[in-house]
Design a protein around this ligand. Structure first.
Ligand code: NAD
Length: 455
């Protein structure tokens, strides 16, 4: 279960604390070496990673490269920029501080905990680790027990390449997670559902441990009439049905201008055929639902509204066809809960104000998508809605831009990461002010009498 002979969680943390105290992780060259090692480990185990994801999610190989092994790009980016990120930054001072210099020193926080989910089980365990290593910390990863094969390969890779007293993997489910959460860490980075995010934050509060919470929610996708229909259909189909809809930033539901609804549905149907053929069950490019429990929950969503595309299910394979449903009511469970599967409800609007009002009546989403070339409409949607991120005229792609911090707002999360934001998430910004001895103006010292006009 655990990647180390240190079977006791407290013992692992103690070893990591001792190692952190040696100061070794503060050395930038050490950090770069560890990142290079991590990259090498992934490259060497590529085939096993692909097999684990095939076993857990029937994940197509191309999707594994694109969305899991692609974490290597995150490593390369960190290696390229780490020296700049880690440098103390000069801060400006006002004229009355003219004898001082001010600097901000990023310093590692210490020993961090990373808890990850099952949907992109490799990438979401490793990507935060990149930030933790780059910032100079020790780390424990708790992968998701639900993607058990991938959890195993994460443990295998980390154990082979890293001392547990520096980076460890603790495998297990809720109980293990809670044991870890009972311990004191210097930062907890959690990716998962909003409900569990609250449990994590409550546990962290007991130790006053700062958290990054990468959570989920219902990400809306608005489709206006001013679009290239073919491109729109393709980009929505890809973003919704990649990994069989089990993506935190998948378009959860469509909000479509009623004048383009029929054309869009036709376009989506055509694209689905283009991507997965007449029967997606036979397509090598279409994933499966992670577990029977998740399958059973999703099947119930299909019963909400009227199926206009797809709807076929096969329990023995945990297969749900890419499905589009119409005539849903806002009270239906499919519009109340995060779907997290290949079911796409369509809601039409006559005026954009209705779509905006609907989005604003729900918790703030992780992503918001808008398909429109109309600049005024783009501006209005950006101004009148709040979400973790926005992608205009595409889906999902914003997650792959390391210069854009990725994270939620409100119920969809706290804090962000990727690129420099990952380094910052695991760093403390230490403010340092330095005075000199060449001058010592006495205006601030007692006796204060007669100094009031100087202040
Ligand atoms: P989850 O919250 O059920 O589980 C996540 C992790 O928490 C797992 O490692 C699990 O073992 C642990 N866990 C579960 N219950 C726990 C409890 N009661 N106490 C302590 N630990 C517990 O999430 P999931 O089902 O693995 O993933 C799906 C959710 O994650 C969706 O809501 C999705 O939107 C979200 N997600 C968010 C992002 C993001 O980047 N924001 C990425 C992927 C998934």
């Amino acid at each position: 279960m655990i990647n180390t002979e240190l079977s006791n969680i407290s013992e692992i943390i103690q070893h990591q604390r001792e190692f952190f105290q040696t100061g070794k992780t503060k050395d930038i060259n050490f950090r770069i070496e560890q990142l290079q090692k991590l990259k090498q480990a992934i490259i060497e185990h590529e085939q096993q990673i692909i097999e684990a994801l095939e076993a857990d999610l029937h994940k197509p190989v191309v999707e594994t490269y694109l969305t899991e092994i692609a974490v290597i790009k995150e490593i390369d980016y960190a290696i390229k920029h780490i020296k700049t990120w880690a440098k103390p930054k000069k801060a400006p001072v006002s004229l009355d501080f003219f004898s001082y210099s001010a600097r901000i020193y990023p310093e590692p926080v210490g020993v961090v905990l990373i808890i990850s989910p099952w949907n992109y089980p490799f990438q979401l365990a490793i990507s935060p680790l990149v930030g933790a290593i780059a910032a100079g910390n020790c780390a424990i990863i708790k992968p998701s027990e639900i993607a058990s094969h991938t959890s195993g390969i994460v443990a295998k890779i980390i154990t082979k390449y890293f001392q547990p007293g520096y980076i460890a993997v603790v495998e297990g489910g809720v109980e293990t997670s809670q044991k870890l959460l009972a311990e004191k860490f210097d930062h907890i980075f959690f990716t998962g559902g909003t409900a569990v995010g609250k449990i994590v934050m409550e546990a962290a509060a007991k130790h006053l441990t700062p958290v990054t919470l990468e959570l989920g929610g219902k990400s809306p996708c608005i489709v206006d009439t001013d679009i290239n229909l073919e491109h729109t259909a393709r980009r929505i189909t890809w973003g919704k049905f990649i990994n069989a809809g089990q993506t935190c930033i998948a378009p959860d539901y469509l909000l479509v201008d009623k004048n383009i609804k029929k054309d869009l549905i036709d376009g989506l149907e055509k694209t689905l055929k283009e991507f997965y053929g007449d029967n997606p069950a036979n397509s090598p490019d279409y994933a499966r639902i992670i577990s029977q429990k998740h399958f059973d929950k999703l099947v119930k969503f299909v019963e909400d509204g009227k199926v206009i595309v797809g709807g076929e299910t096969k329990s023995s394979e945990r297969y749900i066809a890419p499905t589009i449903i119409d005539n849903v009511s806002l009270e239906d469970s499919v519009m109340q809960e995060e779907i997290f599967g290949p079911i796409l409800p369509i809601i039409e609007y006559s005026d954009i104000a209705e779509a905006i009002a609907l989005i604003n009546s729900k918790p703030k989403p992780l992503a918001l998508y808008l398909f429109s070339q109309n600049k005024d409409l783009q501006k209005r949607v950006l101004q009148e809605t709040s979400s973790g991120g926005v992608c205009i005229n595409d889906t999902i792609m914003h997650v792959g831009v390391p210069s854009l911090p990725f994270g939620g707002v409100g119920d969809s999360g706290i804090g962000n990461y990727h690129g420099k934001a990952s380094f910052d998430a695991f760093s403390h910004e230490k403010s340092v002010l330095q005075n000199s001895f060449w001058l010592d103006l006495k205006w601030r010292y007692a006796p204060y009498k007669s100094k009031l006009p100087l202040i």
